[in-house]
Design a binder for this molecule. Structure first.
Ligand code: ATP
Ligand code: MG
Length: 351
């Protein structure tokens, strides 16, 4: 029997609700497919701040490294106190500590789920996760933003050969396994000549090793327009950190909503499942959140951990539940709360 140790970090806002829903579904899949699953819970966010004076402890980081994978809930880091008072962004800390350089963000439309465009969507945004304008997350020299004088702030954008090369390799490996075999590199090298110039150079070098792939380079503004006009033209999109952050939200919303948006963070040794959206404080504690995002992320994690049958079963169960209006959450025009939806999905997993 395959053994699997997963660490669940519920987080803030709707985090505890969607994490509990995800546990229900993952446990059902483990039972059905004979996985000897150990689910451990850790505290991050405000719960941890109250108890330990920091939003993420070293113990939690160690537990994440010790597990086979992590299911990470959203965090309200905008609302945290300053770092000096324990308000570190747990998501950023884990990305850096676990060297999670790739964020794989699929967006897929489902026939029965309403969406704002007619085109079908089945794309994956491969987002660089440690550099770009978010470089304060890994710059030893200090924050990636500086206030040079009152009224004048400067943001630094870090792009490296190593970071660009490995995100390009992750994206090309992914596209090789997909049927359409198209990749779009999204950049703004006409303005950011040095940083996006370097990024493009590395992506082109990797592209040379993948002659069978349909390759295009698109400016980020044009990519946004194309996404809205005809998202079906995209298969895999590879891009830098902030562009990936923005375009993946756009793609998810076009495919039916942020509540559907799953993602997997990957590094050389670790994998972390994480919904694309934030902690949604506006609906927290109301049993209204759609847990599809985190359940789908967990399915990606299971696939990564060599449990493709469990991953397939969860994805099919989500599709089945959502195809019926009676078993949809409120954000998709249905009536079910987070808990009842999770129970419906788990029932489909069991078969
Ligand atoms: P944060 O500061 O943590 O990012 P936010 O206020 O930006 O929080 P998001 O979580 O980014 O909120 O969500 C943006 C909008 O999408 C909110 O109105 C939220 O209610 C909605 N939303 C996000 N996730 C879900 C979900 N899983 N189910 C239903 N609605 C969601
Ligand atoms: Mg947000």
């Amino acid at each position: 029997m395959a053994q699997m140790k997963l660490l669940v970090l519920p987080g803030d806002g709707i985090g505890p609700e969607i994490a509990a829903a995800t546990e229900t579904v993952v446990e059902a899949a483990a039972n059905r497919f004979g996985i000897d699953l150990t689910l451990t819970r850790g505290e991050i966010g405000f719960v941890s701040l109250d108890q330990h004076g920091t939003t993420i402890t070293d113990d939690v980081i160690a537990a994440a490294k010790d597990a086979d994978g992590v299911i990470l809930g959203p965090v309200s880091h905008n609302a945290y106190p300053p770092v000096a008072e324990g308000g570190r962004n747990p998501s950023g800390v884990l990305r850096r500590e676990l060297e999670l350089y790739a964020n794989i963000r699929p967006a897929r439309s489902r026939p029965a789920v309403p969406r704002p465009v007619t085109a079908e969507i089945d794309l994956v945004v491969v987002r660089e996760n440690l550099e770009g304008f978010y470089a304060d997350r890994n710059m030893a020299s200090g924050p990636g933003e500086i206030m040079v004088e009152p009224g004048v702030a400067i943001a630094l954008r870090k792009v490296t050969t190593k970071g660009s090369r490995r995100i390009a390799e992750a994206a090309f490996d992914l596209v090789e396994g997909r049927s359409r075999k198209r990749i779009a590199v999204v950049h703004k090298s006409n303005v950011m000549r040095l940083s996006d110039g370097l990024f493009l150079e590395e992506v082109r070098a990797v592209a040379k090793n993948h002659p069978g792939i349909d390759y295009e380079e698109i400016l980020v503004d044009a990519a946004a327009a194309h996404l809205v006009r005809d998202p079906s033209r995209f298969d895999v999109i590879v891009t830098t950190n902030m562009f990936g952050d923005i375009l993946s939200d756009l793609a998810s919303e076009l495919s039916g909503g942020l509540g559907l948006a799953a993602s997997l963070n990957l590094g050389p040794a670790f994998a972390v499942a994480q919904a694309q959206h934030g902690s949604a404080p506006d609906i927290a504690g109301q049993d209204r959140a759609n847990p599809t995002s985190l359940i789908g992320s967990a399915a990606m994690l299971l696939r990564h951990l060599d449990q493709p049958q469990a991953a397939d079963a969860i994805e099919a169960a989500l599709d089945d539940a959502m195809s019926d209006e009676a078993t949809r959450t409120k954000d998709l025009g249905g009536r079910l709360g987070t808990r009842d939806f999770a129970a419906a999905v788990a029932a489909h997993v069991v078969g």
